[in-house]
Design a protein around this ligand. Structure first.
Ligand code: A2P
Length: 275
């Protein structure tokens, strides 16, 4: 932690705010803006920090006596040297109105304990793993889909990405392209992973809410497979609260049970952070 303690001192001197006790103060390495609503950033990773792919941490900025912290899914895989996050920009969001302005070299605060239910441990063994994402809900899947353990546990992985318009799909599109071209993981995932992207407000080759595409069977027709079956399929869902509730109801109607860390089952859900 020595290197992080020194960041902490620099930051306290610059901002005038003492750092809260027990948080990591990490340096922003890079920032990518996709649209006026979405951006990603990478920060240094504390040497002692361990997490399971799919978990989230609490993130804040050193800009107040008592900084605002919000839950962020870690988008990088657990083997990465840095930590990546994918965020919405809310004009008056208590955290994101400031976070969207970060630059390389700035400091981001991170609480040390990762947690969450979108983890492989919360699912029973299965054959095909669906990762259902809307908006920034793709972040935990960006971690899981780059984790070799996902492909040790499942023969097939389907990542769905639904956004309002084409530009918002860019993070997921790039993720899939990089995954396929990765010299190490690319070989492992070849022929095992399918990416299914749709828009809801702008014309694109594939359109529609994921809930509609599940209900009318279009998703399965596109994939060339049978509809959800609890005997073979496992599902992870991340996005807006309304989407989570609707997909959860669709799964439960088909006999799927919700899992947790203490009681693995057929599907798990996590709300994507907003604000
Ligand atoms: P829509 O454009 O029809 O609202 P957001 O950017 O607001 O988080 O939304 C991300 C994506 O999730 C959008 O494509 C949006 O579709 C979709 N979405 C929003 N609510 C639901 C829902 N209840 N069920 C399925 N998809 C939803």
């Amino acid at each position: 932690m020595n290197q992080h303690t020194s960041f902490a001192k620099i930051d306290a001197a610059r901002t005038g705010f003492p750092l809260p006790a027990g948080v990591f103060a990490e340096r922003v390495v890079s920032v990518t803006h996709y649209t006026d609503r979405l951006f990603s950033f990478r920060i240094t990773r504390p040497q002692s920090f361990r997490f399971r792919s799919g978990e989230f941490v609490m993130i804040g900025l050193p800009n107040a006596e008592k900084p605002v912290f919000r839950a962020y899914s870690i988008a990088s895989p657990s083997w990465d040297d840095e930590l990546e996050f994918f965020s919405i920009k809310v004009p008056d969001g208590p955290l994101t109105q400031h976070l969207q302005k970060i630059q390389p070299g700035d400091t981001v605060l991170m609480r040390p304990k990762p947690t969450g239910t979108l983890v492989l441990d919360a699912l029973r063994p299965g054959r095909r793993l669906y990762m259902i994402a809307t908006g920034t809900g793709i972040a935990p899947f960006a971690s899981l889909i780059r984790d070799p353990e996902t492909f040790e546990k499942f023969e097939e992985v389907v990542l769905t990405n639904t956004c309002r318009d084409v530009a918002e799909l860019a993070y997921g599109d790039q993720l899939f392209q990089d995954l396929c071209e990765d010299p190490l993981i690319g070989e492992l995932v070849a022929g095992k992973v399918t990416y299914h992207a749709t828009t809801t407000r702008e014309a694109s080759p594939r359109m529609g809410r994921i809930t509609t595409l599940i209900e009318n069977g279009q998703l399965f027709a596109d994939l060339g497979c049978e509809p959800f079956d609890p005997a073979t399929d496992r599902v992870m869902i991340c996005g807006s609260m309304a989407m989570l509730q609707e997909v959860k109801a669709l799964l439960e109607a088909r006999g799927f049970e919700e899992g947790s860390n203490s009681r693995p089952a057929d599907f798990v859900i996590e709300r994507a952070f907003v604000g």
